[in-house]
Design a protein around this ligand. Structure first.
Ligand code: FAD
Ligand code: MLT
Ligand code: ZN
Length: 487
């Protein structure tokens, strides 16, 4: 799967020996996995487009164990690939060669929750959906939500700086994450020779809302995709759970109408607006075809999902009906449906959340995750549809419109180099001309690391490389990821 598609050469790390296995067994007794069958799934990414050949997976339970593992691997020059729920979209969570997989699966304990501040402190391997249930029982909400919630880990979410479905309301993890505990290395003072790789535990696990004591080090690790350290615990601010939630699923006759619906929505719904997602007719076709979901509205070129979250059901309903009256009356929206009960809300959300799954059943998926000026967001999709013609099975556009984030996906029966050649660098050049970002929320991982230059100047890239060298001088942490291969 991997090396033919993405040419890359193994770096001169050591290979895991029998002695290494014995030493690792002493660090995490009974949790050194070498059974080839058990190693099959963690070697392949969610999209099944990249595959490693790791022969060892470790399951630490504590930060101390993670520190011991990294200290040992550094001494022995063994490469390590941190893995959470393995739901990443850019091949960052699987080894490329024989890197040791360090899984956070057993690091799944809630450490504390404060029901006045809403601050949750937990280990990195807690599953997002389980955390959601935990805080909701206490009247709070996780500030992030994504289709992968049933398997992704909070540590993986922080490591990728995941965006998702609540970004519009609660913002980036860069704001809601208050503190981190990270096992990194080499932040000793003193001469270079003392800058040792030693699996140091960096405890910045504060629960404070405000803390301006110097550089905000946790930000370095948010979105660092396992290349600078292993996140072992997270402190995160949860908002109160809104008591009134409504979801409207609407059909729009064109993209211009989608944009005007968004503007109207912001004006009319104001502070209660909590999500504005869009999908095109091709997406709807795919979820109908592959997942047997039924569209709740008449067939339209575009669909939008609008969610409101507030504290007064009557007040919110009044605002929403005022909004709907306006968009239906002016022809911005041609058909729509509304949900207020849990079950129907979930059903409407699944049409949007499960597009990723429907696409993966359609064939090989070329996946792009772009930030673009919202007015131009769909032009690229139309443009590509014309450019590719029958070479592509489907060209679809969906995403977090409220955040200017387009998910552009192209499917084909199988991977095809010439189709890839028609897509890249075209998509990246198009995005760079709009001063967009070539990765809005998925990160760079293994598959996108060489396109970083379309969104960042050479000076930024150089500083990134210097930081990597400072924190991981031997480059053992998630090699071949995030930083470009071409120096
Ligand atoms: P993994 O996939 O295991 O790892 C991802 C990266 O983080 C890798 O580079 C890995 O090395 C690193 N990593 C993992 N854990 C740690 C750790 N403890 N310390 C250091 N590094 C670590 N993403 C979005 O942004 N928004 C979405 O809306 C969204 N929706 C999705 C829907 C579906 C159906 C799927 C399959 C994926 C979706 N994703 C989305 C992508 C993915 O779920 C996110 O990137 C998620 O945050 C990854 O979490 P994970 O635990 O699965 O991490
Ligand atoms: C989404 O918004 O559905 C996710 O980011 C996953 C994807 O892009 O397919
Ligand atoms: Zn997304």
């Amino acid at each position: 799967l991997t090396r033919e598609r993405y040419p890359v050469r193994r770096l001169p790390f050591a290979q895991v020996s029998e002695d290494d296995l014995a030493a690792l067994e002493r660090i995490v007794p009974g949790r050194v996995i070498t059974d080839p069958e058990e190693l099959e799934a963690p070697n392949v990414d969610w999209l099944r487009t990249v595959r490693g050949s790791s022969k060892v997976l470790l399951r630490p339970r504590t930060s101390q164990e993670v520190a011991h593992i990294l200290r040992y691997c550094h001494e022995r020059n063994l490469a390590v690939s941190p893995q959470g729920g393995n739901t990443g979209m850019v091949g960052g969570s699987v080894p490329v060669f024989d890197e040791i997989i360090l899984s956070t699966t057993l690091m799944n304990q809630v450490m504390s929750f404060h029901d006045v501040s809403g601050v949750l402190v937990c280990q990195a391997g807690c599953i997002l959906e389980e955390l959601g249930r935990y805080v909701e029982e206490r009247g709070f909400l996780m500030p992030l939500d994504l289709g992968a919630k049933g398997s992704c880990h909070i540590g993986g979410n922080v490591a990728t700086n995941a965006g998702g479905l609540r970004f519009l309301r609660y913002g980036s993890l860069r704001g809601t994450v208050l503190g981190l505990e990270v096992v990194s290395r080499g932040h000793h003072c003193g001469p270079a020779s003392q800058v040792l790789a030693d699996g140091t535990i960096l405890n910045c696990l504060t629960s404070l809302r405000k803390d301006n004591t110097g550089y905000d080090l946790k930000q370095l690790f948010i979105g660092s995709e396992g290349t600078l350290g292993v996140i072992t615990a997270v402190s995160i601010l949860c908002p109160p759970k809104p008591s009134a939630v409504n979801v409207a699923f609407l059909g729009c006759p064109g993209f211009a109408e989608v944009l005007q619906t968004f503007s109207t929505c912001r004006q009319k719904l104001g502070e209660i607006l909590s999500a504005f997602e869009f999908m095109d007719a091709e997406c709807m076709k795919l979820v109908e075809l592959h997942l047997r979901l039924a569209s709740p509205v008449r067939e339209s070129p575009f669909y939008v999902l609008i969610e409101t979250s507030g504290s007064g059901a009557g007040h919110d309903a009044e605002k929403l009906s005022d909004f709907l009256e306006q968009v239906l009356g002016s022809g911005l929206v041609t058909d729509g449906t509304l949900a207020t009960d849990q079950r129907r809300i979930k059903m409407l959300w699944s049409l949007r959340e499960r597009i990723t799954e429907a696409l993966s059943r359609d064939g090989y998926v070329y996946k792009y995750d772009l930030s673009l000026p919202v007015e131009r967001l769909y032009d690229l999709v139309s443009d590509l549809r014309a450019r590719l013609g029958p070479r592509a099975k489907h060209v679809v556009g969906y995403g977090h419109l409220g955040d200017g984030n387009l998910h552009l996906n192209v499917t084909a029966e199988a991977f095809d180099v010439s189709l890839l050649g028609a897509l890249e660098p075209y998509v990246y050049e198009w995005t760079a001309r709009q001063r967009g970002s070539v990765s809005a929320e998925h990160g760079l991982g293994f598959k996108k690391r060489d396109v970083l230059c379309y969104s960042k100047p050479p000076e930024a890239l150089q500083l990134m490389q210097q930081l990597k060298a400072l924190l991981d001088p031997k480059g053992i942490l998630n090699p071949y990821k995030t930083l470009p291969a071409r120096a």
